[in-house]
Structures are given as structure tokens and as C-alpha cells.
Design a binder for this molecule. Structure first.
Ligand code: C5P
Length: 243
């Protein structure tokens, strides 16, 4: 995989025109964009069409979470869009994840384009109080829970997981190289943390074993976006050499 393909920029903007101007500005330096709930809910498929026009890869981050039949239906609809990556919630359960995995195996067997699916383990906004008060789990840490959910995703046949920087190593160690890891909360050395609490540099996330990193504000709010991207790619290359 080329190093640029490991760096994903989220189009965390409200409107279509803002999204298109980011894609224009970053030119060939960025190959993959993440489209999330805010932009997709407002602008819908025209964003996907725009990214296709620019020959970009598309990560549709809508974090599907519902009964298996409904999520499999949603993934079928997403397949029609010709996207490359998508997210579901591991908390949706084994049957839900397995239903999605089976649909994609079938597509692959039929020789059709099949996106890579990532399961969100535990949202980073949730903590041990959530595990205790809402789920009723008293004997597991957040990290243990994340590792268990990642294992469930892998057993269900899902390609990868979304994990916070500090969880990369334990997931890698336990489940090997087969399970892909995609990590947000990345901040190049010296940049603003914004609202991210637990962060890592591009170097350390890749060194620890992340396959993909998502970097938003450090690039999007930068005065010289292309220079920032080039520095991040350099850090990532160094991380790969040290992994
Ligand atoms: O601007 P920043 O680099 O913080 O953006 C990170 C992106 O990754 C945002 O789109 C955010 O929603 C997403 N994300 C995250 N933390 C998670 C899951 C997703 O920051 N745990």
C-alpha cells in the first residue's frame, strides 16, 4: 500500500462547496476522504459523486448500528454508491457484523467491488462509567472492552476496527496483522490537541501498528495544508520503518 493511501482526511464541513474546495486544494496529495454524518446528512450523494469525479477513494463513516437485517440493507445501499470503506458499530452485535461480512464475501466471490468494513469498537467519548452504569460491566476496563469488541469483529469476518491510539498495540498483539486498524485522534508533534484527549503523532500511531490514520484539523486548519500533509507523510514513512 502506498503511504498516501494510509492517510485519510475527514471532510468535517457543513456544505458541499467547502468539501469540494478542500479536495481541490489538497490536489493529488490526498487519495482518500472520509464523509461523515454531518456532511452526508446535509448534502448526500452529491458529495460521493464529487469525490468520484476527482478519482478519490471514499470512506463512508456513517457508523451503522441497528438490527442485522437493517444494517445489511444499509450496507447494500452503500455498495450502490461505489464507496471504498465504511463503518459499522461492533456494539451492534455478532450477528449484525457477520451479516455484513457474509454480504461482502458474496460480493467478492461474484468478482464485484467490495469495500473494506471497519467496526467501531467503543466510542472514545465513552468511559468506564458508561461500562458500569449503562452496560453493567464491573470487571473490565475500557481497554479490555475494546479488545473484546475487536475480537468479536474479527471472528465475525469484519476486515478492521477503528481504535484510539493507545489501543493499537494491544489489538495488534492479540489479533495479529490480519485485522486492519484505523486510528483517529492524531496530532503531528507541536500541533493543537483541539478536543482530542488521547492523541498520538502520525509517527507513533504507524509505528505501533495502525494501517490507516485519520487527520482532520491539523491539516484543514493549517496555513499551508500541503506542507502539513507532506510533513505528516514523512512522519508516517519514518513510523513504518520503525514498526
Ligand atoms: O480534526 P480531527 O483530526 O480531530 O478529526 C478526527 C476525525 O476522526 C473526526 O472526523 C472525528 O469525528 C473522527 N473520530 C475521532 N475519534 C473517534 C472516532 C472518530 O476523532 N474515536
Amino acid at each position: 500500500m502506498k503511504i498516501n493511501d494510509r492517510l485519510i482526511v475527514p471532510l468535517d464541513v457543513e456544505k458541499f462547496n467547502e468539501a469540494e474546495s478542500i479536495v481541490n486544494e489538497l490536489e493529488e496529495n490526498i487519495t482518500t476522504y472520509k464523509v461523515g454524518l454531518q456532511l452526508y446528512t446535509r448534502e448526500g450523494q452529491r458529495v460521493i459523486k464529487m469525490l468520484k469525479k476527482y478519482e478519490k477513494k471514499i470512506f463512508l463513516d456513517l457508523k451503522f448500528h441497528d438490527i442485522p437485517n437493517t444494517v445489511v440493507g444499509a450496507v447494500k445501499s452503500a455498495l450502490e454508491l461505489g464507496i471504498d470503506m465504511l463503518t459499522i458499530h461492533a456494539m451492534g452485535g455478532f450477528d449484525m457484523m457477520e451479516g455484513v461480512a457474509k454480504l461482502l464475501w458474496q460480493r467478492r466471490n461474484d468478482g464485484k467491488h467490495s469495500p473494506t468494513v471497519f467496526a467501531v469498537t467503543l466510542l472514545t467519548s465513552l468511559d468506564s462509567a458508561f461500562l458500569m452504569d449503562v452496560i453493567g460491566t464491573t470487571n473490565r476496563s475500557v481497554e479490555d472492552e475494546v479488545v473484546i469488541l475487536a475480537g468479536a469483529a474479527q471472528s465475525a469476518g469484519i476486515n478492521g476496527v477503528v481504535a484510539a491510539p493507545q489501543e493499537i498495540k494491544s489489538i495488534r498483539k492479540k489479533y495479529g496483522k490480519e485485522l486492519l486498524i484505523l486510528t483517529p485522534g492524531i496530532r503531528p508533534a507541536g500541533s493543537d490537541k483541539n478536543d482530542q484527549q488521547r492523541i498520538a503523532t502520525p509517527f507513533s500511531a504507524i509505528k505501533d501498528g495502525a494501517d490507516y490514520i485519520v487527520v482532520g484539523r491539523p491539516i484543514l486548519q493549517s496555513e499551508n495544508k500541503i506542507k502539513t500533509v507532506k510533513n505528516i507523510l514523512k512522519e508516517m514513512r519514518d513510523g513504518l520503518k520503525n514498526s
